[in-house]
Design a protein around this ligand. Structure first.
Ligand SMILES: [Cu+2]
Length: 173
């Protein structure tokens, strides 16, 4: 029943992607079919609000992650096995959220407007899942994943859209 709004949203985002405004408060990419397998590989269960995948390289990459109502963007971060990823997380939503990664001992609470920096050490294989304690069941989860052998998960979903397309089903959560 939530499928319809998602489809509408995807269309809106495809259109918005042309403006490619990285500073937009709700950058996102159209739902990427590859990411559903990423969710599987990351061991995520239940709903995942997928705002795309970004790939980082190097032994200690840094990436910005937007925390919003009710998703992480990018949702999946493809990072080299064994690297230490620094995530600069910023809460741009109106609700309080957490950035919680049980596998990495990370549990940060974010009030609206908060910025925090967390580091996650990427395992040799597999993934480190993260989620918001308050909204996990609403699909607010994601993961840092090791690139797959087929190069899946290397899609860069972070071209960013313009703001305003984030209110699908605002009352549905
Ligand atoms: Cu949340």
């Amino acid at each position: 029943m939530r499928r319809m709004p998602m489809i509408v949203m995807a269309v809106v985002m495809l259109t918005a992607a042309c403006s490619n405004d990285k500073s937009g408060s709700s950058g996102s990419a159209a739902t990427d079919a590859k990411s559903s397998s990423l969710a599987d590989r990351a061991g995520l269960s239940g709903k995942v609000n997928d705002k795309g995948t970004k790939t980082v390289t190097g032994s200690s990459p840094t990436i910005s992650v937007e925390v919003d109502d009710f998703y992480f963007s990018p949702t999946f971060i493809s990072a080299p096995a064994g690297s230490t990823v620094t995530l600069q997380i910023k809460s741009e939503g109106k609700a309080p959220h957490t950035f919680t990664a049980d596998g990495a001992g990370v549990d940060e609470k974010l009030s609206p407007g908060d910025s925090k920096t967390v580091t996650i050490t990427v395992p040799k294989s597999g993934a480190v899942a993260f989620f918001c304690k308050f909204h996990k069941s609403s699909g607010m989860q994601g993961a840092v994943v090791v690139p797959g052998p087929k190069g899946s998960g290397a899609s860069s979903g972070g071209s960013g859209g313009s703001g305003g397309a984030t209110t699908s089903g605002g009352s549905g959560y």
